[in-house]
Write a protein that binds this ligand. Structure first.
Ligand SMILES: Nc1ncnc2c1ncn2[C@@H]1O[C@H](COP(=O)(O)OP(=O)(O)OP(=O)(O)O)[C@@H](O)[C@H]1O
Length: 236
């Protein structure tokens, strides 16, 4: 079994008085795609934000590559190789595709580094074609590809992805799924994915966690789970 790149133990976090995570525990193995599923509002986005340091945990620990990173701010986590693609993508509409990609490098604090253009454009050929186009003029699927590409410019070890298929046509979702598999299997990048669509998640995922009301309620490897079991888990 491969090593864990991320271990989360008993993580709780809140917005003011409103507690959302109630002691979440999970891990991500190196070079795998690990997927968190659960209904709207159970705390999946809050979990990713807490891992990234955008929400401060009340208790619990986050360990990345064996190091306790619980209290570190987001920029330090970025520099250590954790990249985050938020729900809704958050690309900058008034900047070109290339300029948006450059922002990914700034997030890791390396202004002198070059965008690995060959790699990025091999993975996302449409971004090469639209290099000079404004981000705001891309389709939803192309913006999602740009957001993932931007996260990859700093060569992360762990990619946190929040619902990349939301509002995207199935053919592009499929392409994104294939890219996530490749990143994990060929480049050893570990992916922690939040996803609601079973059809997309099933072929992409190595290991599933199911959340309800701020905790993990069940888990299991993708191979061991039938489509029916998956359906049952998320309808709980
Ligand atoms: N900034 C915030 N301030 C206060 N409450 C928030 C904030 N962000 C989210 N919440 C609340 O926290 C709860 C969990 O939200 P979260 O977005 O983490 O869930 P989710 O499982 O990702 O759901 P979804 O799939 O709808 O994004 C919800 O009740 C939501 O209304």
């Amino acid at each position: 079994m491969s090593e864990s790149i991320l271990r989360i133990h008993g993580l709780s976090s809140a917005y003011g008085q409103s507690t959302i995570l109630w002691g979440t525990t999970l891990e991500v193995k190196q070079g795998t795609v690990t997927t968190i599923m659960g209904r709207n509002g159970v705390g999946k986005t809050t979990l990713l934000k807490t891992i990234m340091g955008l929400v401060t945990p009340k208790s619990g620990t986050i360990e990345y590559r064996g190091q306790d990173i619980t209290a570190l701010p987001p920029y330090q986590k970025s520099r250590m190789g954790i990249a985050y693609v938020p729900q809704g993508r958050e690309i900058i509409p008034k900047l070109t595709v290339y300029e948006n990609l450059k922002l990914g490098l700034e997030a890791v604090g390396d202004r002198k580094a070059k965008i690995p253009e060959d790699e990025i454009y091999t993975m996302f050929p449409i971004l090469k074609e639209f290099r000079k186009r404004l981000g705001g003029n891309l389709s939803g699927g192309q913006q999602q590809q740009l957001a993932i590409a931007r996260a990859l410019t700093g060569r992360p070890s762990l990619l946190l992805l929040d619902e990349p298929t939301e509002g995207i046509q199935p053919s592009i979702s499929q392409e994104i799924g294939q890219i996530l598999r490749k990143l994990a299997k060929e480049q050893g990048i570990s992916v922690l994915l939040v996803e609601q669509k079973i059809d997309f998640a099933r072929p992409v995922t190595d290991y599933f966690y199911f959340m309800n009301r701020g905790v993990v309620v069940s888990e299991g490897s993708s191979d061991e789970m039938s489509m029916e079991e998956l359906q049952n888990h998320i309808s709980l």
